[in-house]
Design a protein around this ligand. Structure first.
Ligand code: SF4
Ligand code: SF4
Length: 472
């Protein structure tokens, strides 16, 4: 039997039952992970997992030592999972310092009129917002840990002066990041941001202009591929740099080439994020679930091939997070692939007028406005009905997901698209197979001992193994 390594979850009190799957015994569901030798065994309630050789499945499920060892640990796993899902406070803010954007990307979640005619936050407002957030996080965060502020959409560089002023003034109080379309990042801006260790995320959807410019153009329809490429080259060697590629019907067939392209340009980290279908325009480029999953997995395999060939990694961060959620749940980043998702509980989003939303995906949707940073306390906003609609959306309550064995590695994202386009919070998001196949791929990678090839070096510093079936 292969081992379940590192801390693994659970949600219920330890059972007194003597057998798996009957009476009061815990449930362990065998799942096909597409491996020639191994099956997965998962407790769907707790996300405890193990890998077992197919010809040892019956022996494992009836192995009294396995049941007993699992039961001993289950209470700890339950507490850990409960804490991850319900016990944490936000540590990051997606800070929208302007409503405007100089681009008009096909799938943007911010309403077009807002991006065209919206307002900037003034420098005074931006500094006041950072002061308020500093006071809030001082109360809630452990000493020695800095909260994160990520300047985010629309295009933060349109409000450059105020943003840079905020970074300068509060550089000791926050860990800053900026997510930008790269078109306005000149040499001076790059020097300013890199000297202050600000993490920089750029957006690019393809390895050629013909592909990338299908979804990312300015308001006159002109693509921006060349400009982004130029910026990527200028950032070569900067450790805090990543590229987000949004997977759509326009680029999904080219994801492996995109991986080649980014690796050749020494990008250390990328995110291959499936498009969020929150607003109708994104539906026009929604990829089909099955082929997008297939192309995504091919791109993952390509990233590993390149690592093996060159000794240099391009980490696909969204997949790496799924791997980490399996290997060491408490080390995972709480974003989309946990339920409730990170929106409103691990982070929240601030709009330029001070309004607060659980996630940037909800900015512009009035019913998800939980209050205003300048008028209401953050604590009250976190408890608002608008936030609770998101923070109380649990995967167990979603009919299609309630019986899914891997629901705690997926989380059934995204509540914004479930609510806006699929009929409500109890609906699934727009993709299932994409998330299912990621988890199966991750379990295969673990079975083959390839998991570290997909992860940042030293990712597991500070983690420890709490359950290892090799020891039975
Ligand atoms: S699942 Fe959707 S709402 Fe939740 S964090 Fe991800 S993008 Fe935001
Ligand atoms: S969306 Fe699919 S993979 Fe995710 S929890 Fe629901 S059924 Fe499972």
């Amino acid at each position: 039997m292969a081992a379940a390594r590192k801390p693994v979850p659970v949600a219920e009190a330890p059972s007194r039952g003597r057998y798996f799957n009957s009476g009061n015994g815990p449930s362990i569901v065998p799942i096909d992970i597409g491996h020639k030798e191994y099956m997965g065994l998962i407790d769907p309630d707790t996300a405890f997992w193990s890998l077992v050789k197919k010809d040892r499945l019956a022996d494992t499920l009836t192995d009294a030592r396995f049941i007993s060892a699992y039961k001993k640990k289950s209470e700890k796993f339950a507490d850990e999972m409960h804490m991850l899902r319900f016990g944490l406070k936000p540590t990051a803010v997606y800070f929208n310092s302007t409503e405007q954007c100089n681009l008009n990307c096909t799938y943007c979640y911010i309403p077009g009129d807002m991006r065209k005619n919206g307002r900037h936050m003034t420098e005074k407002e931006l500094l006041a917002a950072l002061a308020k957030l500093k006071t809030h996080f001082r109360k809630t965060m452990p000493k020695g840990r800095l909260p994160q502020i990520i300047f985010h959409g629309a295009e933060p560089m349109l409000n450059r002066k105020a943003v840079f002023r905020g970074i300068e003034k509060y550089r000791d109080d926050f860990q800053f990041g900026i997510q930008t379309n790269a078109t306005l990042l000149d040499d001076e801006a790059i020097a300013f941001l890199t000297a202050r260790d600000v993490s920089i995320g750029l957006s690019l959807d393809g390895h050629t202009a013909a592909i990338a410019d299908k979804t990312r153009t300015n308001w006159t329809g002109k693509g921006v591929f060349e400009k982004v490429e130029e910026t990527i080259d200028k950032l070569k060697g900067y450790h805090g740099f990543s590229v987000i590629c949004t997977i759509t019907s326009e680029n999904m067939r080219h994801l492996s080439s995109m991986v080649d392209y980014l690796h050749a340009r020494h990008v250390p980290t990328c995110l291959l994020n499936i498009v969020r279908c929150t607003l109708p325009p994104s539906l026009a480029v929604k990829p089909d679930d099955t082929p997008s999953a297939r192309h995504f997995l091919k791109a993952l395999d390509r990233s590993r091939e390149l690592y093996k060939k060159t000794g240099r990694k391009l980490v696909v961060a969204n997949y790496a997070n799924i791997l980490i959620s399996i290997l060491a749940p408490t080390a995972r980043r709480l974003m989309c692939d946990i339920s409730p998702c990170g929106g409103g509980r691990a982070f929240f989003a601030l709009a330029p007028n001070g309004d607060l939303f659980p996630c940037s995906e909800f900015v512009g949707l009035a019913r998800f406005n939980g209050g205003n940073l300048f008028k209401d306390g953050v604590d009250a906003v976190l408890e608002s009905e608008a936030f609770k609609m998101v923070t109380e959306r649990k995967v167990e309550d979603i009919k299609a997901c309630g019986k899914c064995a891997i629901r705690h590695f997926c989380g059934s994202p995204c509540p914004a698209e479930a609510h806006e386009t699929n009929g409500g919070m109890k609906a699934t998001g727009s993709f299932c197979e994409f998330y299912e196949e990621q988890t199966r791929h991750a379990l295969r990678a673990i079975a083959d001992g390839k998991d570290n090839d997909y992860l940042w070096d030293g990712w597991d510093k500070g983690t420890r193994t709490t359950f290892d079936t090799h020891m039975l």
